[in-house]
Design a protein around this ligand. Structure first.
Ligand SMILES: [Fe+2]
Length: 265
């Protein structure tokens, strides 16, 4: 009984005819969907980890709905800083709002609990987990003390020694303390930074994936140096879980390392 799921993040969809920088983000998502159909049609589900729409435009959410309808597996969704929660809920339906009021969710499958947390906060680029979300997380972890847990959210909580460290979850202490109430957190997976990374922090395993939009090139511990946006890779993560092992693989469904421009966050 092997758990397998795909994580996509940072789709940054726009209305028809609009490009993001030089990138056609809808075409990139179409390629991601083609990749899932070709290679992961037997996966248990797909998670979209936020920044679904580049500017929260209703037409972008409708476009998303149309493109992901081709996915042969269930889709679970949470939001990022580029999203507009109300516009998303108007388009996808109020049932996507969790009991916290944000787009949080629990998935119990094949001996695992997967928890999606909505770290978006209107008007902010950095990430926020509200006190009621932390309480909800602690309660959901308490129910699953006998199972491994994977947490997925848009914003990275851990600093990565890069220019974008100013826009992560800037007050992560309550989040870390909540995670520490569980004995078997297998992964905390985020998008947001458009970069692949893994880390151990407070004894917990943190991963970020590059996602579907531009990727970035960076300078370590030189916050004054802006990031360079790259055409690729366009990347999804593939998570494989057995009782004793949780593996995160990265599938670069679009390659490319041409610099588009530099970015100061
Ligand atoms: Fe993003």
């Amino acid at each position: 009984m092997t758990l397998k799921f795909v994580v996509m993040s940072d789709l940054h969809l726009l209305p028809e005819g609009e490009l993001s920088l030089t990138l056609d983000t809808s075409a990139r998502l179409e390629r991601a969907v083609d990749e899932v159909i070709a290679r992961y049609g037997d996966a248990d589900f797909c998670v979209l980890a936020g920044d679904l729409a580049d500017t929260g435009n209703p037409a972008a959410y409708e476009r998303l709905k149309t493109i992901i309808a081709r996915l042969p597996i269930p889709v679970h969704i949470t939001l990022g800083n580029h999203d507009d929660r109300q516009t998303f809920l108007d388009s996808f339906g109020a049932q996507f709002a969790g009991e916290t009021g944000k787009v949080d969710k629990v998935i119990d499958i094949k001996g695992y609990r997967i928890i999606l947390l909505d770290s978006s906060e209107p008007g902010r680029v950095d990430g926020v987990l509200e006190a009621n979300q932390i309480d909800w997380l602690i309660a959901r972890l308490a129910e699953a003390q006998d199972r491994p847990v994977i947490v997925i959210l848009h914003h990275n909580a851990n600093a990565l020694h890069i220019h974008a460290d100013t826009i992560r979850i800037l007050e992560p202490d309550a989040f870390i303390a909540a995670l520490k109430t569980h004995p078997d957190i297998r992964q905390i997976i985020a998008g947001h930074v458009h970069l692949t990374s893994t880390a151990i922090w407070h004894g917990l395993p943190f991963t970020t994936l590059a996602g579907g939009h531009y990727s970035v090139s960076f300078d370590v511990d030189r916050p004054e140096v802006p990031l360079r946006r790259l055409e690729g890779p366009g990347q999804m993560a593939v998570v494989v879980g057995t009782p004793d092992r949780t593996t995160v693989l990265f599938d670069d469904f679009i390659n490319g390392n041409s610099v588009i421009d530099t970015v100061h966050v």
